[in-house]
Design a protein around this ligand. Structure first.
Ligand SMILES: [Cu+2]
Length: 305
């Protein structure tokens, strides 16, 4: 049986909520769907991950945001995911379902457009940020920030590499890059140690000076390692009970959608104007503010969610 403490741990274990003063205004009552899920097989999750601009159909008037399109890596080496008849909710984020001891391989492609309103690009030596370079970080995971070697040309969870989209132009050499410079794609190979804690993590770009632009425009996703019962339960009875509970995963994103319909990023001077805004005296806020950039795992205490 569950002890009171175990029930509390179930309820709290995965819920990470940031930004308690935010205003959450749902535009319309859509069905809560689980994110797209990609699971490792035989100890490997081998992915094609394309960072690109795309309409966000789940937001009013489908503004253009930046999303990750992710699929199992095509056998023929192509850099396009198979197209589906139904439109996937890429803004809702993809969940990478891993186990301890797995290897996560990612072929990251930068198809992002230039970002002319990047504030930091106006700082001396940082003009290259306008070209919208990106990279990848697995937030919270205990993995190696490995650099490529002759025998293994891939990167680990290393944020000191910038991948530019060559269609946006080539950057001038700058001492402020602090990173390896690559064009169009970078291959990552991230080994999850067998001793890695089970739990909920997330991934996002971590290119210094522009990562906030990229995350708030939509670039992030969820990682889970192991199972919920691993860190909630101490005995088999608890594990079998927890395995019957339906988990729901949400990723909450810090995207502002003003009436202009053009998504704002934190580099816009008006970005903070809506922060902490509350509905007072029946007046609705001028913006839909969907705060928080972290993954949330919800475990309903009752069925039906
Ligand atoms: Cu992070």
């Amino acid at each position: 049986m569950f002890t009171r403490r175990q029930i509390w741990k179930v309820l709290c274990a995965g819920i990470v909520l940031i930004g308690s003063n935010s205003t959450l205004r749902l535009s319309y009552g859509a069905e809560l769907r689980e994110p797209i899920r990609l699971s490792s097989e035989n100890g490997i999750l081998d992915l094609l991950m394309i960072a690109k601009a795309s309409p966000i159909y789940s937001l009013p008037s489908a503004p253009i945001g930046w999303v990750y399109e992710i699929c199992k890596r095509p056998q023929d080496g192509s850099e396009a995911c198979p197209q589906k008849s139904s439109r996937p909710n890429l803004y809702g984020g993809t969940l990478l379902h891993l186990q301890k001891g797995d290897i996560l391989r990612i072929h990251l492609v930068n198809d992002l457009p230039p970002v002319p309103d990047s504030e930091h690009a106006s700082e001396p030596g940082h003009e290259f940020l306008e070209l919208n370079p990106t990279n990848l970080h697995t937030h919270g995971m205990l993995v190696a920030p490995r650099r490529p070697t002759e025998s293994n040309p891939t990167y680990g969870d290393n944020i000191f590499v910038l991948t530019f989209n060559s269609l946006n132009g080539k950057p001038a050499v700058s001492p402020h890059m602090h990173s390896d410079i690559r064009y169009d794609f970078t291959d990552y190979e991230i080994k999850i140690p067998a001793s890695h804690p089970s739990g909920l993590f997330w991934f996002h770009p971590h290119a210094h000076g522009i990562s906030l632009n990229q995350i708030t425009a939509g670039l992030s996703g969820i990682i889970t390692v192991g199972d919920l019962s691993d860190y909630v339960c101490k005995d088999r009875a608890c594990s079998s009970l927890v395995s019957q509970i339906r988990e729901r995963h949400m990723i909450l994103k810090d995207t502002q959608l003003p009436p202009s319909g053009k998504i704002q990023t934190p580099e816009d001077s008006d970005f903070c104007a809506g922060a902490g805004m509350t509905v007072r005296r029946g007046k609705a806020p001028a913006m839909a503010k969907i705060i928080v950039m972290r993954a949330v795992r919800i475990i309903p205490a009752a069925s039906g969610l």
